[in-house]
Design a protein. Structure first.
Length: 401
């Protein structure tokens, strides 16, 4: 079959971006294009000097008008192509993960499947599609996921679409939540295993795709340093850090969240694992301020894993002040030698900016910090060098003295 694709020519700036391995071209960076290109088409990308740069999904509804999918001029974008991409992604996870029960299988641009996120929760795939190019091909791509997994002896009973995010509107797509396919005996939640702990996952109504897989290795690190400690897990959500601390030998663990629904879900997980963990329903700032004012220093480890404080570059300064205040209150509540675990999943709060906010908090609290460890997301969320958007999670452990 001949490979005939329409052509789009990009500016010098976009050419350099592509050559530097970034997969996005913005709407103002198109110099000229062939007639008759439809949104969602795969097109060939050329420089102004007529050099082939790669192939991309085209969508002029979006600010990201091109999403690169290949650098190979010989690729044919058929079923075999997408099956190979899926095989590469799943083989990588099987190589680097010691547990495939709960794992991110596809991480968008990092797996050269732009706009596609796939999380495996036991025998369910929770899928989020954020690009028109993938959405137009989902009837081909999603059954391939099941096929590739079952060729590797992973039984898949259902694929659920978590396309309930407003970014889809910017791609010209609708928001939706629905089954793509399911066996008759499939239920609306599933139990997964991670770090020898079990969790209920509500992949239909839970946040994002149902459960945050990116902190799995960081939770394990927390369990390794929790022995005999009194631990406060703030913004506990499903109770994951709290349970890892308890499994690690913490003598007392308190899990806090502002959401009564989150605490109810966490309590179910505590019961599922036969773990005694106290809970407090409270705003994290109010709780830490109360604890710091009491001056009891009752916790010798405090874990901060809040929701993102910003999803926009416009509000980054406000977000950094929030991170500074939150970490300051935790430092004031900790005794000398206490352990502060602090994370941020805000992409725009870069590692340097986040660390600077924590440093400012330490000065305000009149303490010093010894950095124990600095980590990011677990390796099933691979970082593409040169693509800052894939390196969003910052995770630090400090000793306060």
């Amino acid at each position: 079959m001949a490979r005939i694709l329409k052509k789009v020519y990009v500016t010098k700036k976009a050419e350099e971006t592509i050559k530097n391995a970034h997969p996005w071209v913005y709407s103002g960076e198109i110099a000229k294009k062939d007639e008759g290109i439809n949104n969602g088409d795969i097109i060939d990308v050329y420089s102004l000097k007529d050099s082939f740069l790669g192939s991309a999904f085209y969508n002029d509804n979006s600010k990201i008008i091109l999403r690169m999918i290949s650098r190979n001029a010989n690729d044919k974008f058929d079923r075999d192509f997408f099956k190979r991409r899926i095989e590469y992604a799943i083989n990588y996870r099987m190589m680097i993960m010691n547990n495939m029960d709960a794992v991110r299988l596809i991480y968008g641009e990092a797996d050269e499947l732009p706009g596609l996120t796939v999380d495996k929760f036991h025998d369910i795939l929770s899928v989020q599609i954020l690009s028109l190019g993938i959405d137009k091909r989902r009837d081909m791509i999603l059954p391939l996921l099941k096929e590739v997994l079952e060729e590797r002896n992973f039984k898949i009973k259902g694929i659920y679409l978590r396309n309930d995010v407003d970014i889809r509107l910017k791609e010209g797509l609708i928001e939706e939540k629905k089954w793509f396919l399911k066996d008759d005996d499939v239920k609306d939640e599933v139990i997964i295993e991670e770090n020898n702990l079990k969790y209920y996952v509500d992949f239909i109504n839970g946040q994002k795709t149902g459960y945050f897989l990116d902190q799995k290795n960081n939770r394990l690190i927390v369990s390794m340093i929790s022995k005999d400690k009194t631990v406060l897990d703030c913004c506990t959500h499903t109770g994951s850090f709290a349970m890892n601390a308890k499994m690690g030998g913490a003598k007392r663990v308190v899990a806090s969240d502002i959401s009564s629904k989150a605490l109810m879900d966490a309590k179910r997980n505590f019961l599922l694992n036969n773990l005694e963990i106290e809970t407090i329903e409270s705003d994290v700032f109010d709780l830490l301020e109360k604890i710091s004012k009491e001056k009891k220093k009752e916790f010798d480890m405090i874990i901060l894993d809040p929701p993102p404080f910003t999803k926009s570059r416009k509000t980054i300064d406000k977000a950094l002040k929030g991170y500074e205040e939150l970490n300051y209150l935790a430092m004031k509540a900790l005794p000398r030698g206490g352990i502060l675990v602090s994370a941020s999943c805000s992409h725009f709060a870069t590692k340097d900016l986040f660390l600077k906010a924590i440093h400012k908090a330490s000065i305000k609290a009149d303490v010093k910090l010894k950095q124990v460890i600095s980590l990011g997301a677990s390796p099933d969320h691979p970082v593409l060098i040169g693509v800052d958007e894939t390196e969003y999670l910052k995770f630090f452990i400090f000793q306060v003295f």
